[in-house]
Structures are given as C-alpha cells and as structure tokens.
Design a protein around this ligand. Structure first.
Ligand code: GLA
Length: 393
C-alpha cells in the first residue's frame, strides 16, 4: 500500500494531515481447525494482506472514523461518552466496542481521534478482517494514549467485543495471531494455557496460496454454536469417567478406550476430529521443525479430510478447491481454512507452478460450481504494528 495514498485519503476526509500510521494483518491457519474452543493447539500465521490505519489525536472527546472500504457510510462520529452499540454505525461498532471494553477495564482514554481505515483483506472470506480491525484499533489506542495494556489483554478484549458487543461467538485464535504474529513465523498456540511458541515457517521454494471460494460464510451463528455444543456435550459424557478439562486433553489411545461413553455417532465423530486434529497440529510443527515439508503437507490434507468427514464443515465449494489443489503438480498440501462452509482454503504450492495451479484449479472450480474463485499469493507477515512513515508501502 502506498503511504501517500493513505495520507491523501486522510487529508481529503478530515481536511488535515495524519500523525501516525498502523497496520494490522489478516491471518491463515496452517493447521489446527476448530481447536481454539476445544482447548487444543493451533498453528496460524499472519499474512501480508491487512488493514491500514492513519490517525491523528484530537483535543476534544470526539471520535471520527472513515473507512475507504465502506465509503458509502461516510464519516461516522460519536463521543467517548456514548459508546453503546448502534446498528446505524455498522462497521464502526468494532472500534466502538474496543473503546468500550478498554474503558470498562479501567483504561483512561482522555481524548478522541480521527481515523482513516483502508484494507485489502477480502471481506467475508474468513481471513479475519474483523479481528484485524479490532487489533488495529486496540494497538492505535494503546499507542496514542500510552495505555500500557498487554498484548494478551488486547486479545481478550478483542474477543469480548465480538462475543459480547457485536454478538458473534468465536474463539481466541484470530485475535491472538494478529496481535502476536511475526514475519516468516507461525505460532504454535495452546488455546487452553495460552502458552505459545514461534516456529520459523520456512517453506523453502513453496508459497501459501489462498483460494477464496467467494461463497460468504454460510456458517451462521447457529451452525458454529451447534458444533461448540456438540463438543461440550461429548466432553460432559467423557468427564464422567476421565479427568479432562477439554476434548483436546485426550490422546488417541484414551479416545479409543472411552469413546463408547459418547452417546451418538455424530458426537463421536466431532470428538474424533478434535483429538486427531490436535495431534496433527503438534505433529505438523514437529515435521516443519525437521524441514520435512511433504509430511507437513500430508497432515494438512488429513486435516481437511477430518473436517469434511468427521466435523462436516467443508461443503462443496471448499471441497472442490481443495480436491482440485491436491491433483496439481508442486502442491505440498491443501485444506479449508477458518470456520468452513464458505470462505477460503489454502494450498502450499511450489512457486514455479503457481500460475498453472491458479489456472487449473480456477477452471475446475468454475466448471463445477459455476462462478469464479479468487486466488491470492501471500507471504507470512508481522502482527499488528505501528509503521514508520517511510515503510508504509
Ligand atoms: C472461526 C472462529 C475461530 C475458530 C475458527 C475455527 O474462524 O473465529 O475462533 O474457532 O472458526 O478454527
């Protein structure tokens, strides 16, 4: 992104110059899907697509927000004394919610600010644009007013905004990776303890290709909640016989020994996904550390199959993309990404094969599904950060 474009958009919107610039990435999850609310391991990374913010502090208590992605909504204004959810404010409820939770948690925000937002994350694609926006706002407020709030607290507040202010249930993975991401590294995160480990994501001559099904999440609140309820239900039955706090505490041997306690086949399949996916995530990181990329790719493929057959959250669009990807030369592995039933899948592809890969997978998708998929090649980038003016590009 060209810094001058951001600066001139700010000038055009607020009739003055911006003081500071920030960036917050989107994310992909290499492996470990539907694990964060099951106390398991995830292995996501931040990507180089994301949301930019240009900001300047005000002397009064007014907040003025403008997003070039929602230009039809114009400048949205409110004051620090009126932070209630307001559906008319649309996307601006995310910044508002972050301000609300910071205030609730005792942080003093003395002044308002003018903020221009410009993002290049495809919306509704499951690359966490909302978590990216929340972490952007959190970091901006933290830096602007020297709040001294820890990254983990920002992460927890970001999730609270989505769960309690916006009313969407989700886990911690997206906010965490966006806040803690590091260039060329993935993070192995234990979603139960929040212990984490940076692991070099050295993909040699392979690159991450994002395959957008352009089907917006059909993953309604109720579907996501249904999976969460199913997992809790299975857990409760197991807890009668074995001392575990979450499904991901089980290893495969224990699962085989105790699965008869789970009352239905469907619940058993959900639990099986959790147990196997947790092991796959841990093994994938082990293989990556050894430099065994084919083994990492194979585990990603197995993850997709488990999400398709046991967790049942893939759907024809994502299956078509992933199965087409598996057939192409130079592909290490491919799997759906994020919530599922729409949004994106990812593939790890030899850089020399990427053009042909996009052409062939795109064609298979178009023939079977009837419209175009979109492809993005991404690098592994940093988490949310302030930009030196010279580096806004
Ligand atoms: C959504 C949620 C995440 C996580 C994924 C599935 O993206 O926001 O917290 O549960 O689904 O891995």
């Amino acid at each position: 992104m060209d810094y001058r474009a951001l600066a001139s958009d700010f000038q055009a919107s607020f009739s003055q110059g911006a003081d500071r610039y920030f960036f917050s990435p989107g994310r992909v999850n290499i492996i470990g899907e539907h694990m964060d609310y099951n106390g398991g391991h995830v292995f996501p990374c931040a990507i180089t697509y994301g949301i930019y913010g240009a900001v300047s502090k005000r002397n009064d208590r007014l907040i003025r927000l403008y997003s070039t992605n929602y230009s039809e909504q114009g400048i949205i204004e409110f004051t620090l004394d009126d932070l209630d959810y307001n559906h008319v404010h649309g996307w601006a409820n995310y910044p508002k919610g972050m301000l609300y939770f910071l205030k609730e948690n005792g942080y003093n925000i003395p002044h308002g600010f003018d903020l221009l937002i410009k993002g290049n994350i495809p919306n509704g694609a499951g690359l966490s644009s909302s978590a990216s926006l929340l972490m952007l706002i959190g970091e901006i407020i933290h830096k602007l007013f020297d709040l001294n709030v820890s990254r983990l607290d920002l992460v927890k507040m970001g999730r609270a905004v989505e769960n309690e202010f916006i009313g969407v249930s989700n886990g911690i993975i997206d906010h965490f990776i966006i806040a803690f991401g590091k260039m060329n590294h993935g993070i192995l995160l234990n979603c139960h303890t929040f212990n984490y480990d940076y692991v070099p994501l050295n993909l040699q001559h392979y690159k991450i290709v994002i395959m957008n099904s352009n089907k917006h999440h059909e993953w309604t609140e109720s579907k996501y909640n249904e999976r969460r309820d199913e997992c809790e239900h299975a857990l409760r039955h197991l807890q009668g016989a074995i001392n575990i706090l979450s499904l991901a505490d089980l290893n495969m041997v224990q699962f085989e020994n105790f699965k008869h306690l789970i009352p239905t086949k469907t619940l058993e399949k959900r639990a099986k996904h959790v147990v196997t996916e947790n092991e796959r995530a841990l093994n994938a990181v082990k293989e990556l550390k050894r430099g065994n990329l084919p083994a990492l790719g194979k585990l990603m493929n197995e993850s997709h199959l488990s999400l398709r057959n046991d967790y049942e959250v893939t759907g024809i669009e994502l299956d078509t993309l992933v199965e087409a990807a598996w057939q192409q030369p130079g592909v290490l592995g491919a799997r759906m990404n994020g919530t599922g039933l729409g949004g994106c899948a990812i593939a790890i592809v030899d850089e020399d094969e990427i053009d042909q890969f996009i052409e062939r997978v795109g064609e298979i998708f178009r023939k079977k599904i009837g419209y175009e998929a979109t492809f993005y090649v991404t690098a592994v980038g940093d988490g949310v950060k302030e930009l030196n003016v010279g580096s806004v590009h």
